[in-house]
Structures are given as C-alpha cells and as structure tokens.
Design a protein around this ligand. Structure first.
Ligand SMILES: Cc1cc2nc3c(=O)[nH]c(=O)nc-3n(C[C@H](O)[C@H](O)[C@H](O)COP(=O)(O)OP(=O)(O)OC[C@H]3O[C@@H](n4cnc5c(N)ncnc54)[C@H](O)[C@@H]3O)c2cc1C
Length: 465
C-alpha cells in the first residue's frame, strides 16, 4: 500500500467483490456512526471498518490486517468500557452482520452469531420460555460478555455465561476455522471461556438454555444513610439465600423512570436489584426478610418477563454517555471497606454514576478456579464502580470519583478484577485478573496466536510452548 492509498481503498481493491459486507474508511459516509462505540469517552479513528456478513469476510479481514501490518480490533456489541472494539489507525472487524440467533427448544440450546446482542437472544429464546445467563443490560454484545465470563441476574442459579457455553466456532489468526468444545480443541475451549478475544474471532456461540420465563424482580431501596447496615445484612443474607435468588447491591441515584415512584426520583439511595427465578409460590417467603429489613423506601419486586428485566435500565444507560470504569473481585467486607463505600456513596458525582456489587457465589462456585480462565471463583463478589454522565465536560469529574473510590477500596479486594469491568489498564492488571491461570493462557495464546494478531483486548502475551 503506497502512502497515497488509504487502507479503505486498498481493501476495496484487494478484497473486491468477494467481500459481502461493507468497507468504510475515513471520509466515507457512515464513518462516524460506524466507529462510535457505547462509551462516548472513546473517540478512535480506524483506517478501515470492515462490516462483515459471513465467515469468509472475517477471514479476508484478518488476512488484510496481517498483510498490511495494521492493528486489528474485533467488535462484537461495541460495549466495552475501554473501547476495545475500536482502534486508532487500524482495522475494525465489525461482527454486527453476524447476529442471527437460533433456538432449539427440544435440545434446550441457543446458537448466537458472534455479533449478536443479548436483546436478540432474549427475543428468540423468551417465546420458548428459555434463557441463559447473560448480564444486566440487554444491548451488551454476546461476544465480549461471553468471552470475558458473563455475570448477571442468573449467575447464582446457573453460573457464569461461560459455564453454559457448549461450543464456539472460531476463526484463528492464520484464517483456519476451529470448533471449540469439550471434545474438539479442548485447550481452545478452555481459553475462550474467560480469556477474551485473545484466541480468535468467534463467529458463533452455542449455549445451554434453561427454563426461565417470568421472574420476580425489581429493586429494594433504602436511604443512603443506611448503606453500612444494609450492606452488612445483604452480604450475609444473599450467601445463605436459595440459588434461585440473585440480588446485587448498589449505591446509586434513583432515575426519573416511570416505573419508579416520583418522590424517589433523583434521591441517592442504597439498594439491591433482585431477580428470583424459582417457584412463584415461594417468592413471598423468599422476599419476606428483604421487604422488612431496615424499613425500605421501596420494595418494588413483582412478576416480570425476563427480557423486560434485562432491558429495565437500557433507556437510562443509552449509548453515547461518558463512562469511566474500575473494578475488583472481593471476598469479604471488613468494616474499613464498608466505611469507604459509605463515603463514596455520599459523593456520587452524577445521576448515572453508581457502584454495583454482584454476587458470584452459588453455581459460580461449583466450578474450580482452574477449570476456566475466570480465576476468582473463590471470591464472593464482583465490584464495579462506574462514573457516568452525558456531558463530556464532566468526564474528569466522573473519572476522578471512580479512581479515588477504587484507590480507597482496592486494598480490601482479592487482587484482580473481572476483565469485562476494566478499562485499558495495562499488563500487570491483566495478569492480576487471571491470577494463577495466566501462564496457561499465555501458553495457549502461543499455540493459537503466536504473533499476537489479536492484541486489541485485555492482552495475554504469547509464550512459546
Ligand atoms: C452498560 C453496560 C452494562 C454491562 N453489564 C454487564 C453485566 O451485567 N455483566 C457482564 O458480565 N458484563 C457487563 N458489561 C461489560 C461487558 O461484558 C463488556 O463491556 C464486554 O466487553 C462487552 O462486549 P461487546 O461485545 O459488547 O464489546 P466490544 O467492545 O465489541 O468487544 C469487547 C472485547 O471483546 C472482543 N470480542 C467481542 N466479540 C467478539 C467475538 N465474537 N470474537 C472475538 N472477540 C470478540 C473484542 O475484540 C474486545 O476485545 C456491561 C457493559 C456495559 C457498557
């Protein structure tokens, strides 16, 4: 490629009519829409965006990036906090055209394309009364969420998303196709269940589905001043609660949403967002204690179709906000840590900013730390602090609160963090987050991607076998 020829021109010439999708470069119409990701704090300008429609397009795009020595970012749902689905001056391999979802109700499986989002999975699976563990916002990509682990409303009952992954079709760095499952390429199957996009481009995922249709769900809110007592109570309560009950703790500001009482709008609160997927008959018994503990401001739990729960906050957290993320795994809450949560809850800087503490006990603990790369199964919680605001002028305000909060609570953490809740935080942090699994990941990376073609991610550096 001469200095005069752009990557997009070169791609159009070299990939030509064999490419079924769309090739977009700077200056082309649609470039700004195509390069935008969920987090508006990320503003990157790729040399080429290859919107793929099939596996042949995926292979051609990988080969093109390699041949021209261009950085390659793989985009699933575009939700990643650190913007790992887009790259400056390189190639974005956009999978949004591979988003079909098929459900096999007899086998109870869901097959989703590598660029599908969870609302597409919900739309296909819910009519069959089925679901599989995902996250808490429906517009998140199946690809990134799954490859990092997948923590959500069904985790205590059915485990992480990766614990329900049966097989995946992967295009490797050299363009070959590999099926990853317990029987085929088991080392690759191990690596992609938490190791992120380091090992190849996943064009389709097949999940085990579960009978989840109508759940009993919603928030309980307490005054922010009760944060310490609610946090202590909830952390004991949830660990001995039936697995069908999930409830993540939050300090947040009540959004002005129709389904929430107007008198609570804009009030800072602490709360638990519940999802009970067990017998409806037992729901009253299960929620008896949360409903009464500490005189809540609101106990808003009721029957909800699972897709409605997953999309409850979609409108509030719409694309295009400024996001700054920090995270940790947590085993226990000493009083000193709780004091920090109280202090930073009081300092919540904006309406959209929040702290979430997700339980990862129950079924998540049934799998050993070394069985998948997700190396903190012995932790009880995955904490995420998000500083969020629509106004770019508040970017440093939300960033400073997030970083100060994390600095204050990190000393009480288990060490690493859930990779999907991190920004681009450097190699030491990636190592800490995989813990004892890092060396095996590095060796597997050395086998499948020795030249580190897939490095726009929480990168695992290849180690020669
Ligand atoms: C509002 C919001 C809520 C969230 N809630 C949750 C939650 O409840 N639970 C949870 O676990 N996580 C949650 N997350 C985090 C989410 O899992 C990560 O942001 C994840 O990276 C998003 O995946 P994506 O495909 O949308 O992202 P992208 O930005 O497209 O990709 C992220 C990374 O995954 C890689 N990747 C994506 N798809 C593929 C593929 N098919 N093949 C190979 N590599 C791929 C990319 O290369 C990149 O490195 C949330 C994020 C947001 C913004």
């Amino acid at each position: 490629m001469s200095t005069q020829t752009t990557a997009a021109d070169a791609a159009r010439q070299e990939l030509g009519p064999g490419f079924s999708g769309t090739l977009i470069g700077p200056g082309d119409s649609g470039y700004d829409e195509a390069r935008a990701v969920f987090n508006a704090m990320i503003d990157r300008r790729p040399a080429l965006i290859a919107q793929c429609r099939n596996t042949a397009d995926v292979k051609a795009t990988i080969a093109f990036a390699r041949e021209h020595d261009l950085l390659l970012a793989v985009r699933g749902g575009g939700h990643n906090g650190g913007g790992l689905g887009v790259v400056d001056d390189g190639v974005v391999l956009d999978l949004s055209g591979l988003s079909s979802v098929e459900v096999d109700p007899a086998k109870r499986t869901i097959r989703a394309g590598g660029g599908a989002t969870w609302n597409m999975v919900d739309a296909a699976a819910h009519p069959h009364g089925l679901s599989t563990p995902s996250g808490i916002i429906s517009s998140t990509g199946v690809g990134g969420l799954t490859l990092g682990g997948g923590i959500g409303h069904l985790s205590r009952k059915y485990g992480l998303t990766i614990d329900n992954l049966l097989e995946a079709d992967v295009i490797l760095a050299d363009g070959t196709e590999a099926r990853a499952s317990a029987d085929e390429n088991p080392d690759l199957f191990w690596a992609i269940r938490g190791g992120g996009g380091n090992f190849g481009v996943v064009t389709s995922f097949t999940f085990r589905a579960h009978p989840v249709s109508i759940v009993q769900a919603g928030p309980t809110f307490w005054p922010l001043e009760q944060t310490a007592e609610v946090m202590r109570w909830w952390s004991d309560f949830i660990r001995q609660a039936p697995r069908e009950l999930n409830g993540f703790f939050t300090t947040m500001t009540v959004p002005p949403a129709d389904f929430l009482p107007a008198e609570l709008h804009f009030r800072k609160v602490c709360g638990v967002i519940w999802c009970y997927c067990g017998d409806e008959d037992k729901a009253a018994e299960v929620f008896a204690e949360p409903q009464q503990f500490g005189n809540p401001l609101l106990h808003g739990v009721g029957p909800v179709p699972f897709p409605a729960l997953q999309s409850l906050f979609d409108g509030f957290y719409s694309p295009g906000l400024q996001w700054y993320w920090r995270a940790d795994f947590v085993k226990e809450f000493p009083d000193a840590a709780i004091e920090q949560h109280v202090e930073f809850g009081e300092k919540l800087p904006t309406l959209h900013s929040a702290m979430h503490m997700y339980p990862i006990d129950g079924a998540v603990h049934d799998v050993a730390n070394s069985d998948t790369p997700f190396g903190y199964r012995d932790a009880n919680w995955a904490e995420v602090i998000v500083g969020v605001d629509p106004d770019p002028a508040n970017a440093s305000l939300v960033r400073d609160w997030t970083v100060d909060y994390w600095d204050a609570t990190h000393p009480y953490s288990a060490g690493g963090a859930y990779v999907n809740f991190m920004m681009d935080e450097g190699h030491a942090r990636v190592r800490a987050s995989y813990g004892a699994n890092y060396d095996r990941l590095a060796k597997t990376k050395g086998e499948y991607d020795p030249e580190n073609v897939f490095r726009v991610n929480q990168n695992i550096e290849p180690k020669a076998a």
